[in-house]
Design a protein around this ligand. Structure first.
Ligand SMILES: *Cc1c(COP(=O)(O)O)cnc(C)c1O
Length: 387
C-alpha cells in the first residue's frame, strides 16, 4: 500500500479559527466570556428564528442533560428514545434517575419509528428524544403530533444535524422543547469539545444557563461586567460544570460561518458515493425528503444479503486497503449496561439489529478530495469483487 491511510474522520480547522483562538489567548479571557456570548448569538442567528435562545455548553451530552433537567425529568419518569444511537442520548436520562424506554427504528430511514414510540407510551412517559440519525431528520411532524396528543416533552438530539432541514425548516426551529447540537471533533462543525442547546422556552434557557455553572444565578462574565458588586452571586441549585470556554467558542464562531459550505461538500461526496456504488449489493443511505437537506454527518452503507461477505470482514478488507471505517452504532440494547438494566433482547429491536449486523460508515468529511472519494469507491468495489 503506497497511499497513506485515509482516516475515518478529520476536522477542518482554518487560519481564521487559529487566529481567533490566538486572539482569545492574548485577550486574557480564556473561559466563558465575550466569545461564548458571540457564538451563542451567531448560532441563534444562523437558525434564523428570533424567538430562539442558544445556550453554549461543553458537550452535547451536557446540553441533553440540562434540557431534561430543566423539563423536570426525574425518578419515576420514562423517556423514550431510539436504541440505534450513541449512549450519550440515553445516559443523561439515567443521570436524573429516570428510566429509558428504548424503541426500534424505521428500516428505511434508520430513524426512530413513530409507531414504536406511540406503542411505548405509558402513564409514566414524560418525554421523547428523537435523534436525527446520520444527519437525516427524524419524522418530526409525526413525533410532535404524538407528543402533543399525550402531553409529552420533546428534546431533539441533533448531534448529527447541523445543518439539517425537515419540511424546509432547520432542525433547531421545529417546535420541540429543546434541541441540542454537538461540536465534538468528528461532528459537522467542531470546537474540539462543545455543544449548543437551543430553545424557544425562556424559562428552560434560564434554568440551563444557571445549571451549566454550579447553579449560580449569573455567570462569570456577567459578574465581572455588570453593575452589581462583582463578587456577588447566589447559588440556587446544586448545578453542574458544563460551561463552554472562550477558546472553544473562538473555533465555533468560524466553524459556524462555514457550516453551509461544509454541508455542500459533504453532500457532494455523498452524491459521488451514491453514483459510484449504485448497482452493487449494497443498500445506500436514505435520502432526505424532496426539498430537504441532509447534514451528511455519516454515510452509512448496509451490505445486502447477497453481498457474499460479512460486515466485519468487509471492514477488515477496507482497512487493509488503507480506508478507515466505523459502525454507527452498536445498538444500545446490545451493550451490557442497557441490556442488563432493562433485560433487553435483540428480538425486540429487529430493524436496528438487522441494520447493525450489515452496516458500516464510510469516510465523509470536507478535507477529503475527489481522489480520496475515488479511492474509497475503488476499495469498496474491490472488496465486493466488482472492479
Ligand atoms: C456525538 C453524539 C452525542 C454526544 O455529543 P458530545 O458533544 O460528544 O457530548 C450525542 N448523541 C449522538 C447521537 C452523538 O453522535
Amino acid at each position: 500500500m503506497s497511499a497513506p491511510f485515509l482516516p475515518f474522520a478529520q476536522p477542518e480547522i482554518g487560519e481564521e479559527e487559529i487566529a481567533e483562538v490566538v486572539d482569545t489567548l492574548r485577550s486574557g479571557w480564556v473561559t466563558t466570556g465575550p466569545k461564548v456570548k458571540r457564538f451563542e448569538q451567531d448560532f441563534a442567528a444562523f437558525l434564523g428564528d428570533p424567538a430562539l435562545q442558544a445556550v453554549a455548553v461543553n458537550s452535547a451530552t451536557a446540553g441533553l442533560h440540562l434540557a431534561l433537567e430543566a423539563l423536570g425529568v426525574g425518578p419515576g419518569d420514562e423517556v423514550i428514545t431510539t436504541t440505534h444511537t450513541f449512549t450519550a442520548t440515553a445516559e443523561v436520562v439515567r443521570y436524573l434517575g429516570a428510566d429509558v424506554k428504548l424503541v426500534d427504528i424505521a428500516p428505511a430511514t434508520l430513524n426512530i419509528d413513530p409507531a414504536a414510540v406511540a406503542a411505548a407510551i405509558t402513564p409514566r412517559t414524560k418525554a421523547i428524544m428523537p435523534v436525527h440519525y446520520a444527519g437525516l431528520a427524524a419524522d418530526m411532524p409525526a413525533l410532535l403530533d404524538i407528543a402533543r396528543r399525550h402531553g409529552l416533552k420533546v428534546v431533539e438530539d441533533a448531534a448529527h444535524a447541523l445543518p439539517t432541514t425537515c419540511g424546509g425548516a432547520l432542525v433547531g426551529t421545529l417546535g420541540s422543547d429543546a434541541t441540542v447540537f454537538s461540536f465534538y471533533a468528528n461532528k459537522t462543525i467542531t470546537t474540539g469539545e462543545g455543544g449548543m442547546l437551543v430553545t424557544r422556552d425562556a424559562a428552560l434557557a434560564q434554568r440551563a444557563r444557571t445549571m451549566r455553572l454550579h447553579g449560580m444565578n449569573r455567570d462569570a462574565f456577567d459578574r465581572y461586567t455588570a453593575k452589581v458588586p462583582s463578587w456577588y452571586y447566589e447559588v440556587v441549585a446544586p448545578g453542574f460544570k458544563y460551561n463552554l470556554t472562550d477558546i472553544a467558542a473562538a473555533l465555533g464562531i468560524h466553524q459556524l460561518k462555514k457550516a453551509h459550505a461544509f454541508q455542500q461538500r459533504r453532500a457532494e461526496i455523498a452524491a459521488q458515493y451514491d453514483a459510484a456504488l449504485a448497482g452493487l449489493p449494497l443498500i445506500l443511505p436514505p435520502r432526505a425528503a424532496h426539498g430537504d437537506q441532509h447534514a451528511w454527518h455519516l454515510y452509512v452503507l448496509r451490505l445486502a444479503d447477497d453481498a457474499g461477505i460479512e460486515r466485519d470482514r468487509f471492514i477488515e478488507r477496507l482497512f487493509d486497503a488503507g480506508i478507515g471505517c466505523s459502525v454507527h452504532y452498536i445498538p444500545l440494547h446490545l451493550h451490557p449496561y442497557w441490556r442488563d438494566r432493562y433485560a433487553l433482547q435483540p428480538a425486540t429491536f429487529p430493524h436496528s439489529q438487522h441494520a447493525y449486523e450489515r452496516m458500516l460508515s464510510l469516510p465523509i468529511y470536507t478535507r477529503m478530495g475527489d481522489a480520496d472519494v475515488a479511492r474509497v469507491v475503488a476499495a469498496v468495489r474491490g472488496v465486493l469483487g466488482a472492479q
